[in-house]
Design a protein around this ligand. Structure first.
Ligand code: RIB
Length: 304
């Protein structure tokens, strides 16, 4: 019942602003906090809080931010396979506006030094039930991790965020692709705003299942050759949407290791759980502090 996450860890420098500054403009923030973040770190913590046994391959700097992120990941119960490199730990500047929407700029720092896998890391990947990847680490390492699953039964979940061109054969090794609408359009090579059915048709044409997250509207799930399924969202008062997508991915991976297979039915069940976890996460500030536990998600679902 294990999830192996390979990915980024950043210290998020979060500024609460009334609105985003226009070019050439200075605005005063209403508040500032530094939180643990990074898509890989957020997803690892989300999977652990959702009840999975989680290991996390990550590169951190030899600095105080690296020490803080490592300590907080361990405190969340994660088995850390961390390496310390001669680069600063990744950071992200996050603006959160009055509508709870965010804009993020990442300095990859140490994350960019995760350029190859050790034998122990390769073995850990092949031993996991689910491998979770995102695109804040070098693409060559993401591709190497997919290859490391080899003949094992490890299922690969790729969160293609932030979006960018993928090596042509990468999706062939992916079992489930998770993207938001913008990322789905980018990957499919279709305009933003294209309907979900058309997006899923292109994405599942690579042979993998695909989940498109729709923010507060829930998600749609597609598997090759079957009608897509829509999972509705929940109406909650959003305070900060930072990390909601990561909460979705981590909770989805944890639910996937509990599920039987990659059938549409199993994926719909996992997506329903993940939609609930993501809805809870937007109700408070920060990526990591807002990630719910398994009990919180079950209680939330029980109330509805
Ligand atoms: O998805 C949210 C995350 O993106 C933030 O925690 C930030 O660090 C960036 O990686």
């Amino acid at each position: 019942m294990s999830v192996l996450v390979l990915g980024s860890a950043n210290l998020d420098l979060v500024y609460e602003v009334e609105r985003l500054p226009a070019p050439g403009e200075t605005v005063l923030a209403r508040g500032f906090t530094a939180f643990p973040g990074g898509k890989g770190n957020n997803q690892a913590i989300a999977a652990a809080r959702a009840g999975a046994d989680v290991r996390f391959i990550v590169a951190l700097g030899r600095d105080g931010n690296g020490d803080r992120l490592a300590a907080e990941a361990r405190a969340a119960g994660i088995g850390l396979l961390d390496r310390r490199v001669d680069a600063p730990t990744g950071t992200a500047i996050v603006f959160v506006d009055r509508h709870a929407e965010n804009s993020i700029v990442v300095d990859s720092g140490a994350n960019g030094r995760l350029t190859s896998l050790t034998d122990a890391e390769t073995a850990a990947i092949a031993a996991a039930d689910v491998l979770v990847l995102q695109l804040e680490t070098p693409l060559a390492t993401v591709a190497e991790a997919v290859r490391a699953t080899g003949a094992s039964t490890t299922r690969v979940v790729l969160n293609a965020a932030p979006s960018g061109p993928l090596p042509p054969d990468l999706l062939g090794g992916v079992d489930v692709l998770v993207v938001n609408e913008r990322e789905a359009a980018d990957l499919a090579g279709l305009p933003v705003g294209t309907d979900e059915r058309s997006l899923l048709a292109v994405l599942t044409g690579h042979g993998c299942a695909a989940v498109i997250t729709l923010g507060g509207e829930g998600a749609v799930v597609g598997v090759p050759g079957e009608e897509p399924a829509k999972i509705p969202g929940f109406h909650v008062d959003a305070v900060d949407t930072t990390g909601a997508g990561d909460t979705f991915v981590g909770a989805f991976a944890a639910a996937l290791v509990r599920g039987a297979d990659d059938s549409l039915e199993s994926l719909v069940d996992a997506t329903g759980f993940a939609v609930a976890a993501a809805a809870i996460s937007v109700r408070c500030k920060g990526a990591v502090p807002s990630i719910p536990t398994l009990e919180e998600v079950l209680a939330f679902l029980g109330e509805r």
